[in-house]
Ligand binder design. Structure first.
Ligand code: SF4
Ligand code: MG
Length: 341
């Protein structure tokens, strides 16, 4: 299938007074229409950075970008922001953790959806209001016509999230970027919003880029997964392969830290240590200060000295991992699997 979004060897950095923040290095991925790629990592892993660049939400003065981002056939890297907005048009839209970042508190929900629609469609307010009613209904807001003239604060948290999704989808974007959209919600509402996003994706056939720190959410929603650490991809492939038989010790750590079945007291094993600063990444494999396995790698100190390449090590050439271990599959089978909840 043809990819709608293709990122190739993307590097994004921010020179600052304290040094260069290497937010993303050598990142490549693609998302075809109708599929969902989840980008997973802890905060500060660089997982939001490529999506901010796609949306033109980075600061062009302080950002250095190389590599390529193709969105629906247009190269985005190197475009000015007005040019980017024009080319992107309604092709991509984004939903966030906090609806406040897209819904303005002073204006009614209906007016904001109407404005978003009319920015890309030459139609009367009346026609746009009908479209807004349709979209609010589509995202599961009861009595949408009556809610049109409410302000965002008159909606519950989950309903605000739905209204934001309605606004993001009003122009039928081919790419939807969702950055931790359910993180602030309680478990029930979170499940409803994930279902809604999957439903809408089926109906609209859009490509979805879903950014999260939560592998539980990934299992629900993704077709492909890209795990990021220290600004680099460390593991990439189909969701069943990555969650069923991960080959990277960082992914093992993430799996071990998923809360067990909800309701049960969790057997949570957080990964010891802290994510690295993107200002001062560790040498070699950025994960080595937190990794349990460097002494299994032949040759002393290889993990701290040499950056492993992202390569495929199985018959499934689409799946890739970045680690010096020779048989990570055997370690996973013998030592990690028995520990998982
Ligand atoms: Fe751990 Fe070494 Fe693999 Fe990095 S390269 S994940 S430090 S074993
Ligand atoms: Mg983020």
């Amino acid at each position: 299938e043809q990819s709608y979004l293709t990122v190739r060897d993307l590097t994004v950095s921010f020179p600052t007074a304290d040094g260069v923040v290497r937010a993303v290095q050598g990142l490549s991925y693609s998302v075809p229409l109708g599929r969902t790629l989840a980008i997973v990592g802890e905060s500060g892993s660089g997982k939001s950075v490529s999506s901010m660049a796609i949306m033109g939400l980075h600061d062009p003065k302080s950002t250095r970008m190389t590599g390529s981002i193709q969105l629906g056939g247009h190269e985005i890297v190197g475009m000015s922001q007005p040019e980017l907005r024009r080319h992107r048009g309604s092709a991509a839209s984004m939903i966030f953790q906090d609806p406040q970042s897209s819904l303005h508190p002073y204006f009614t929900v209906g007016d904001q959806i109407v404005e978003a629609y009319r920015a890309h469609h030459n139609v009367s307010k009346r026609v746009a209001r009908e479209r807004a009613v349709e979209m609010l209904g589509r995202v599961g807001i009861p009595s949408p016509r009556r809610r049109l003239d409410d302000h965002p604060h008159q909606f519950s948290g989950g309903m605000r999230q739905r209204a934001m999704i309605a606004m993001a989808l009003v122009n039928d974007p081919k790419l939807l970027i969702a950055d931790e959209p359910t993180t602030a919600l309680d478990v029930t509402v979170q499940a409803q919003i994930l279902d809604l996003i999957m439903d809408l994706q089926r109906d609209f056939g859009s490509a979805v880029l879903f950014i999260t720190h939560d592998l539980g959410v990934v299992a629900e929603i993704a077709d492909e997964v890209l795990v990021m650490y220290g600004g680099r991809a460390v593991e990439y492939g189909r969701v069943d392969a990555i969650l069923g038989r991960p080959l990277h010790p960082y992914t093992w750590g993430l799996l071990e830290s998923i809360p067990a079945v909800s309701g049960e007291p969790t057997r949570l094993h957080p990964i010891p240590g802290l994510p690295p600063s993107l200002l001062a990444l560790p040498t070699g494999c950025a994960f080595h200060p937190r990794c349990e396995f460097p002494d299994r790698v032949p040759g002393t100190g290889a993990c701290a000295a040499e950056l492993p390449e992202l390569v495929s090590r199985t018959a499934d050439t689409a799946r890739q991992s970045r680690c010096h271990l020779h048989r990570p599959d055997q370690i996973f089978e013998a030592e990690i699997l028995p520990r998982l909840p």
